[in-house]
Design a protein around this ligand. Structure first.
Ligand code: PLP
Length: 390
C-alpha cells in the first residue's frame, strides 16, 4: 500500500491513536508542492517517461493517489493490511460476492440492508448462489450450515432494528466450519468497532454514511488481511471498473478526519433521544444499541441510529409524523451531520416482499432516525411537535 505521492514510511504511525491516524495516515504533505492537504489528482491518465524510471501511476481506473491515501487511512483504522475502495457500498458488496461460484451458499443476518437483500436475491440467486437468512444473535444459526456454505454475512448493529450480532461468537463458530465472515460495519463506523479484531475476514462500509459523514458522496470500501482477498478485490475493481472518483475519494478522506468527533456527538444525541422516545405515550418499542445488554463488549459507543415504532399506528400515521418534522429531513441514507428520518417499510426496505418485511419486524409504524450532530434541544423539540396528537 501507499505508492501515492507524499506517502512517507513513518514507523511511528502504527502507534498513533485513532484520530491522529484518521488525519495523517497516508496523508503526508505533497512532496512536489508542499501542499498540506493532498491535491485532487483529477486526471484519468499519467504520462509515462519511458526512460527506465516509471512514474507510480498509469491509468486512474487501476490506481489513483487520492484513492490510495483514503485506503491507507481506512486500512489502518480498521486494523487491516489492506483496504480497497469502490464507487459505492453496493459495488463493494458485489466485488466480495463475485468470489463465489454457482452452487455456493451464504448465511446472512436476517435484519439486513434491503439493497444487499436485492443483490443476493435478484442477481446472485439466479446465478445459483443461494442465501439463507438467520438470526445470528442466537446460536441455532449453525444448523443452517451446508457443505456448500462459504460465507457468513452480517451487519451489526443491524438495519433497521439495530440489533447487536455478537461478532466474536459468530466468527469462532464460522471458522470452526471453515466459513469466512464478512461484517458490514456501516452503521457503527471504524471508530465504534473493528470487526477484524473480533475475527472477521473482511469488513465493509458504505462510506456514503458515517465515514464521509456529510451526505455528499457515494462510496464503498472493503478491508481485510488476506492477500488472496486483496488480489481478488483489486482485480474485480479494475476489471469491472466500479471505482470511486479522485474528487469523491478526496471528499471522503476530508470527512474521515472528523469521524471520531462526529461519532461522539452522534452517540450523545442519539442516546438522549432514545431515552426521551421511550418515555413518550405515542411510542411503542424503541430500538437503540445502547438499550441492549452487552453492547459495550464490542462497541466503543452505541452510535447515532435510533428506530422506534408508533403505537397502534400504520403507514399513514408514520407519514403524518414524518411530514411534520422540520429539523429532521425525511430521506434515505444515514450517517451525515444532519438528522434524517425514514420509513423503512417503504424506503430502505421496500425491496423486501411485504410478508418478509413483516416477519422481520419492519412494520408500517416503524420510523428510523439517523441522529445528526445538531443541538440536542432542537432535535427533541422537533420530535415533540411531530409526535404531538393532531
Ligand atoms: N450497507 C448498508 C448497511 C447500507 O445502509 C447501505 C446503504 O444504505 C449499503 C450497504 C450500500 O451502500 P451505498 O448506498 O453506498 O451503495
Amino acid at each position: 500500500m501507499g505508492k501515492a505521492v507524499g506517502h512517507a514510511d513513518r514507523y511511528e504511525e502504527n502507534r498513533w491513536g485513532f484520530t491522529t491516524r484518521a488525519i495523517h495516515k497516508g496523508q503526508a504533505p505533497d512532496p512536489v508542492t508542499g501542499a498540506t492537504i493532498m491535491p485532487i489528482y483529477q486526471t484519468s491518465t499519467y504520462t509515462q517517461k519511458l526512460d527506465g524510471n516509471p512514474v507510480p501511476y498509469e491509468y486512474a481506473r487501476g490506481d489513483s493517489p487520492n484513492r490510495d491515501a483514503l485506503e491507507e487511512a481506512l486500512a489502518s483504522l480498521e486494523g487491516g493490511d489492506f483496504a480497497v475502495s469502490f464507487a459505492s457500498g453496493m459495488a463493494a458488496d458485489d466485488a466480495v460476492l463475485r468470489r463465489l461460484a454457482p452452487g455456493d451458499h451464504i448465511i446472512a443476518g436476517a435484519d439486513l440492508y434491503g439493497g444487499v437483500y436485492r443483490l443476493l436475491e435478484s442477481i446472485y440467486r439466479p446465478q445459483g448462489i443461494r442465501t439463507d437468512y438467520c438470526d445470528l444473535s442466537r446460536p441455532g444459526w449453525v444448523d443452517r450450515i451446508q457443505p456448500a456454505t462459504r460465507l457468513v454475512w452480517l451487519e451489526t448493529p443491524t438495519n433497521p432494528l439495530l440489533q447487536i450480532a455478537p461478532m466474536e461468537f459468530i466468527t469462532e463458530a464460522a471458522h470452526r466450519h471453515n466459513l469466512e465472515v464478512v461484517v458490514d460495519n456501516t452503521f457503527a463506523s471504524p471508530y465504534l468497532q473493528n470487526p477484524l479484531q473480533w475475527g472477521a475476514d473482511l469488513v465493509m462500509h458504505s462510506m456514503t454514511k458515517y465515514i464521509a459523514g456529510h451526505s455528499d458522496v457515494i462510496g464503498g470500501i472493503v478491508a481485510g488481511r488476506s492477500t488472496s482477498w486483496r488480489e481478488h478485490l483489486t482485480f474485480v475493481r479494475n476489471a469491472a471498473g466500479a471505482v470511486i472518483s479522485p474528487f469523491d475519494a478526496w471528499l471522503t478522506l476530508r470527512g474521515l478526519k472528523t469521524l471520531a468527533l462526529r461519532m461522539e456527538r452522534h452517540s450523545e444525541n442519539a442516546g438522549r433521544i432514545a431515552e426521551w422516545l421511550a418515555a413518550q405515550p405515542a411510542v411503542g418499542t424503541v430500538y437503540y444499541p445502547g438499550r441492549q445488554r452487552g453492547w459495550q463488549q464490542q462497541m466503543r459507543l452505541p452510535g447515532g441510529m435510533v428506530s422506534f415504532v408508533l403505537k397502534d399506528a400504520g403507514a399513514e400515521e408514520a407519514f403524518r409524523v414524518l411530514r411534520r418534522l422540520r429539523v429532521f429531513s425525511v430521506a434515505e441514507s444515514l450517517g451525515g451531520v444532519e438528522s434524517l428520518a425514514s420509513h423503512p417499510a417503504t424506503m430502505t426496505h421496500a425491496a423486501l416482499p411485504p410478508e418478509e418485511r413483516e416477519r422481520r419486524g419492519i412494520v408500517a409504524g416503524l420510523i428510523r432516525l439517523s441522529v445528526g450532530i445538531e443541538d440536542l434541544g432542537d432535535l427533541l423539540a422537533d420530535l415533540e411537535q411531530a409526535l404531538a396528537p393532531s
